[in-house]
Design a protein around this ligand. Structure first.
Ligand code: HEC
Length: 137
């Protein structure tokens, strides 16, 4: 029941953001930010991880087409990398730098992640950190 009401709340947040057209934002007004709790971010990140097809190439702790979430997070934690920046196409890959592999992931950044919001990217990162924490040794 709590999950359902939470889901409805999320839908409302999403639809509000979509409904807002750029011209409705006045000069100095700070757009209302949906400040999500950590649990909400994990929930949203989990959903996006399947919706944006990440899950088809990234399993939790096994290599599929791409490195596992645990492997990605190990490298990012070790090198203090910034996942959000990578997913925005603003920083270079640091996990698997083989050209053919990099090309596969870049196609996602230019495709599935093209119009994604900062709130959503933050949620994906929070979700990946959460999965890693549960599964890394
Ligand atoms: C078609 C397969 C495929 C899909 C779908 C995919 N990835 Fe990847 N991903 C890869 C491959 C291959 C690599 C290894 C190349 C690399 O490290 O850039 C990778 C690497 C990464 C990395 C590490 C980048 C680095 O620094 O090296 C992150 C983070 C990542 N993916 C996140 C995601 C997220 C989030 C999604 C969903 C929006 C996603 N991936 C969807 C194949 C995929």
């Amino acid at each position: 029941m709590r999950l359902i009401s939470f889901f409805i709340m999320l839908l409302m947040i999403c639809s509000c953001n979509r409904a807002k057209k750029p011209e409705e934002v006045k000069d100095n007004s700070v757009p209302a930010r949906a400040e999500l709790s950590k649990d909400s971010k994990i929930f949203l990140g989990n959903r996006l991880f399947s919706e944006k097809t990440c899950i088809t190439c990234h399993a939790v702790d096994q290599k599929k087409i791409g490195p596992s979430v645990v492997e990605i997070m190990t490298v990012y934690k070790g090198k203090s990398g910034d996942i959000v920046s990578f997913l925005k196409g603003k920083s270079e890959p640091i996990v698997d730098t083989t050209a053919s592999q990099v090309a596969i992931m870049q196609a996602n950044i230019e495709g599935f992640l093209r119009d994604i919001s900062d709130v959503e990217l933050d949620a994906i990162e929070t979700y990946m950190l959460h999965v890693d924490k549960l599964n890394a040794n």
